[in-house]
Write a protein that binds this ligand. Structure first.
Ligand SMILES: *Cc1c(COP(=O)(O)O)cnc(C)c1O
Length: 376
């Protein structure tokens, strides 16, 4: 089966992990800070804090933003459940705003009507790695004094108005799961320019423990304080060595993904009743985490059959994503079907085709040929 996404690991990646395994520090060593520094540098942010995974990074970001139980956050449902799950852990209330069916990103025209006195943060998702309209989101955030927490788990390496994603929002979240832009096995990060957020993030990921700004007098060198209720969200040094090595390859990864997207775009352009992902606007470039096609016209109702035929042909297509609030847990919280009609319609017709840096030309051709046969 050709998967929809896959990591790319080379000998240098492996060597760097092996070297770390032979060193004194498996965790809490120097490579954590080095990875954080390099990641922040790459994105053009002041600070990065790396974590066990993207979900933990989201949790840490909600905490660092100082959001309190009962506060509302505005997000969109076309995402992996972690985006709003992590908000629920902090006692926050997710308010779902519908998507723009062209991009799958939050429809920024619909946000303002959902803002209340309880709204504290906007949580847009860069769906498939395509940056959301941050200009509009920033204008709204400024007007209503909201914090922007950008779920960019799919968008490391993407750019918006010539700036790297990771440098534009108050807090930006990345994931290093194997299908994402770079991998550390499991892993994630929060990027910020805000020193207060940074300090809160740093202690949150290690139990809320600190040796600085002590509240009690220090009786000796062993002493540390747990000042806040944190988590153990620490990533290991051998994962960070993989992250550092992968980061060197990130630009190549993005170029490879762009090339595949371009090939699909050309080879599938003439297919009737298939809508391809939109070409990039000027100043916005996608990380192409996913290549999502939409079935339209008479094919719109045939997603299950077409999906099955592709899987039967050995193509590991997937569907991204089930609108979050349709999951049983969210339904039990009181979210009702019909809440975001565009997202629900979108979900019914989408298929993610394989896209990842090491996807061979022959495999791409096989995907193209098979899809054409099934559709025609
Ligand atoms: C992958 C992903 C996450 C979760 O990241 P993990 O590292 O798997 O915890 C959250 N949000 C989005 C949009 C994602 O794509």
């Amino acid at each position: 089966m050709i998967p929809y996404g896959h990591q790319s690991i080379n000998d240098e990646d492996i060597e760097s992990v092996v070297n770390t395994l032979k060193s004194d520090w498996l965790t809490q060593g120097p490579l954590v800070l080095e990875f954080e520094k390099k990641l922040a540098q790459y994105c053009g942010a002041k600070y990065a804090v790396v974590t066990t995974n993207g979900t933990a990074a989201l949790h840490a970001a909600y905490y660092a933003a100082g959001l309190a139980p009962g506060d509302e956050i505005i997000s969109s449902p076309l995402t992996f459940p972690a985006t709003t799950n992590a908000a629920l852990w902090q006692g926050l209330k997710p308010i779902f705003v519908d998507i723009d069916p062209k991009t799958g990103n939050i429809n920024t025209d619909l946000i303002e009507s959902k803002i209340t006195s309880k709204t504290k943060a906007l949580v847009p998702i860069d769906y498939t790695g395509r940056p959301v309209n941050l200009e509009k989101i920033k204008t709204l955030a400024k007007k209503y004094q909201l914090i922007i927490i950008e779920d960019a788990c799919q968008a490391l390496g993407a750019t918006y108005q010539a700036k790297k994603i990771g440098s534009l929002s108050d807090l930006t979240i990345f994931s290093f799961h194997p299908v994402k832009s770079i991998t550390t096995g499991e892993g994630g990060a929060v990027l910020t320019d805000n020193e207060t957020f940074y300090k809160r993030l740093k202690t949150f990921v290690t139990h809320g423990i600190t040796k600085q700004n002590l509240e009690h007098e220090s009786p000796g060198d062993w002493y540390f304080e747990m000042q806040n209720l944190g988590q153990n969200y620490r990533i290991t040094d051998f994962q960070c060595s993989l992250g550092i090595s992968q980061l060197k390859r990130l630009d190549q990864f993005i170029t490879a993904r762009q090339e595949i997207a371009q090939r699909y775009q050309t080879a599938l352009a003439d297919l009737k009743n298939i809508e391809l992902p939109p070409l990039e606007e000027t100043g916005v470039s996608s990380a192409w985490h996913l290549y999502v096609i939409k079935l339209t016209g008479q094919l719109a109702t045939q997603r299950p059959e077409i999906f099955k035929k592709l899987r039967d042909a050995g193509i590991g297509v997937q569907v991204h994503h089930i609108p979050v609030y349709l999951h049983p847990y969210y339904q039990k919280l009181g979210y009702k079907p019909g809440l975001c009609p565009e997202a629900e319609k979108f979900y019914q017709t989408i298929i993610s085709l394989p896209i990842f840096p090491d996807l061979k030309i022959e495999e791409q051709d096989y995907v193209i040929k098979t899809l054409r046969q099934i559709i025609n």
